[in-house]
Design a protein around this ligand. Structure first.
Ligand code: HMG
Ligand code: MG
Length: 337
């Protein structure tokens, strides 16, 4: 039997066994809404956004197993790690080892964060095919997260994006603090539109709008999408990245779905936070997102039971329960770690 198949069986068997105890047959019931057409792409950020703030070093083998389990659960875009300064984010200092352990030639995409040419060189050396640069809508976060200004970051990314594109590497552009900033408070729509246009001009192939501290609400999401459309940035190139600090993430996704967005970032079990934005908690949990999309009859390709089994397994490794409502509803007692 090929080694890869053995690995998949070893990973799936115990989780599948647990999964039979988790799902509730026939639920959620499906009601498709006529104004929401097409499938949705879930962009899983748990291994990167979810783990980057962990104080205790997560072993490389656990990171790799997490990513492989997520792939087996059907996720097709898994942000695996960051090629940033290990002085700034020590938890992800093993980026080369993580990427080298993955099958980079299969159907699963493994994008990584890259801030500068040094990061790009490291990523290319281990065969990365997709990267993300990460800009900020606010000066405070640009300073705290990248040690530069909003424009300084955009300038730093220009050669990164150009070099990546020359090598056929896709480039996502994140914009953080789109819906509020812990130091500056309200963020004007025009600040986000400015950064979005600069990233598109520089050659980003898609953009992800970050609600880094989770303060956004559905009306704000719609207003921002409108402002971006007026600025020439349509929903077809956009993803939304909600942290769930104030419990607004799913409502925000629902609003964005109605406005045509079809890509959403989330992290398995709601892992996460940002080391340079104190009030940031975990991302929207992938399980909570999948449950809602399942109810709307929208295809994601994700096996919810396998995913929950993975989050329960990860919660045990991190010694704390998952904050996901769906994980707790369907595997509650198994989360008491
Ligand atoms: P700096 O200190 O101004 O830069 O950091 P530097 O050029 O002086 O470099 C400092 C040291 O890091 C030097 O080493 C460099 O060689 C090294 P030394 O000479 O002191 O030994 N270095 C690197 N090493 C490895 N790989 C690299 C690299 N670059 C420099 N790529 C820098 C500037 C951009 C490097 C730093 O600020 C940084 O790495 N920041 C990353 C912070 C981060 O990863 N934050 C979390 C991700 S963003 C996020 O979570 C938000 C998001 O989820 C969306 C949302 O929620 O809003 C995406
Ligand atoms: Mg984030």
């Amino acid at each position: 039997m090929p080694a890869v198949l053995v690995l998949v069986l070893v990973l799936v068997a115990p989780v599948a066994e647990a999964a039979t105890r988790m799902g509730i047959p026939g639920l959620p019931q499906r009601f498709r809404e006529s104004n929401i057409a097409g499938d949705v792409q879930i962009y899983e950020v748990g291994p990167r956004d979810g783990l980057q703030s962990e104080r205790e070093q997560v072993p490389t083998s656990v990171k790799v197993e997490l990513i492989q389990r997520l792939a087996v659960a059907g996720l097709r875009a898994i942000e695996a790690t960051s090629f940033v300064s290990p002085r700034w984010v020590p938890q992800l200092g093993d980026a080369e080892e993580v990427i080298s352990a993955l099958d980079m030639s299969g159907p699963v995409r493994y994008p990584v964060l890259v801030p500068n040419l040094k990061g790009l060189e490291r990523a290319m050396d281990v065969g990365v095919r997709e990267i993300a640069v990460f800009a900020s809508a606010t000066e405070s976060f640009a300073r705290n997260n990248l040690n530069t200004t909003v424009d300084g970051a955009l300038e730093m990314f220009e050669p990164v994006i150009a070099t990546a594109r020359e090598h056929g590497i896709l480039v996502r552009g994140y914009i953080s603090m789109c819906f509020g900033d812990p130091w500056e408070g309200a963020v004007q729509l025009r600040q986000v539109v400015y950064v979005a246009c600069r990233l598109v001009e520089s050659g980003c192939t898609s953009l992800s709008l970050g609600d880094t501290i989770g303060t956004g609400t559905p009306g704000h999401v719609l207003a921002l999408l409108d402002a971006l459309k007026s600025g020439g940035v349509g929903a077809d190139v956009l993803a939304l990245h909600f942290h769930d600090t104030y419990g607004q993430a799913l409502a925000n996704v629902y609003a964005a779905l109605g406005a045509g967005v079809r890509e959403f970032d989330s992290s398995a079990g709601g892992l996460g936070g940002c080391p340079y934005a104190k009030s940031a908690t975990g991302n929207l949990a992938t399980e909570d997102l999948v449950w809602m999309l399942n109810g709307l009859g929208i295809e994601t390709g994700v096996d919810l039971d396998l995913l929950i089994g993975t989050s329960v397994w990860m919660a045990e490794r991190l010694h704390r329960p998952s904050p996901s409502r769906v994980v707790n509803a369907l595997a509650g007692s198994e989360c008491d770690v």
